[in-house]
Design a protein around this ligand. Sequence first.
Ligand code: AMP
Ligand code: GLY
Length: 416
Amino acid sequence: MKVLIVGKGGREHAIAWKVKESDMVKEVFIAPGNIGMENLGTLLDISEEKIEELADFAEKNKVDLTIVGPENVLALGIVNEFEKRGLKIFGPTKEAAKIESSKEFAKELMKKYDVPTGDYETFIDLEQAIKYVEEKGAPIVIKEDGLKAGKGVTVAFSEKEALDALKIAFSIPNNKVVIEEYLDGFEFSIIALTNGEIVIPLEIAQDHKRAYDDDKGPNTGGMGVYSPVDRINSDVINETLEKILKPMAKGMVKDGIPFKGFLFGGIMLTKDGVKTIEFNARFGDPEAEGILPRLESDFVKAILDLMNNKSVELQWDKRYTVAVVMASENYPKSSTIGCEIHIPENLNSTIFHMGTREVDGKVETNGGRVLSVVAYGNTLEEAKKNAYLDVKKIKCKKLFFRNDIGSKMCYNNENK
Ligand code: AMP
Ligand code: GLY
């Protein structure tokens, strides 16, 4: 069969790499992809937002299955367009993708279906928002509504920080802000494959959202993950499934907006059980790079079975993975384009390209997050050691990385 993957980052690189392994797949197309994916399939010169052109291509070339990576393309309605034309595509419609594109929408659904999450209020007015923060005090969390690539969130540990974030948020015309209770605990990412009715969780990963070591610095799209997460045992996973993912999926079917695709929960394990920080409508990045290398089952078969309403049992490699993100020096503030990167040939890690380009045969930086370096180990320590050995062999003047991916074993406050 022919599979089309939409997107150009590390997540899509990992998806293409896994799809390519499937015995069912004869041909892989990636739109637009990046140079790291060149040997996995045909890179199409169609940007990911051009959903009609993508559907034209899928129709003309008889693509059997399309898998969508990024949230903005889902929010634009790629799934609606493909389904209107009778093309098979794995991802939510733009209506269902609102669980990510609107924090307020997600919060209302959670309230309606009793899905545990922090208390919150939505504001369109700065004065009202300031009053609320003064009433509640810090710590408190300020979230701009809409897609922000993980960057529109301020976890404020002082009132001043919260008020500064509000001022910035409301300097953007017509902005809407969700102010949320601070959840203290151990954060993890759970991604499930779902057709709306059946929910199949993948293995757990833990992301590292802050830019710098020891969870310092601004929030980013994610600076690295490890998987599995020993602290999250099968009881916690079951609780997350039964209290969060399944009620959400069932509720969305009931509301006439069934969610098909990768249902991603950012979850906090608190002293009072699991609580939802956010939902995403797609695979995580770098979660995909950490989780998919551990999947032993045929990924494409699993997706197709699920789309045919068959339950799926997934097999996993017991080893640990650690994925370390190498990012442009000023990420998330800005990105560096055109700095040469030397990637030695003999690395043991798998290198997924997040934001690279090729100029005159040389690999260069081309985005905020640039590479994801993924290594296995029989223990977490070994996976960490292996990943950092290779990270240090990759040479580029303008890249930085966190040195502590896989080191956070405690609740937020336990080690403060
Ligand atoms: P989000 O974009 O909603 O995932 O937020 C980005 C990051 O901010 C999360 O991954 C958490 O680390 C942190 N965060 C968001 N909401 C909360 C909350 N209510 N309590 C504590 N931390 C939060
Ligand atoms: N790494 C978190 C995300 O993909 O949103």
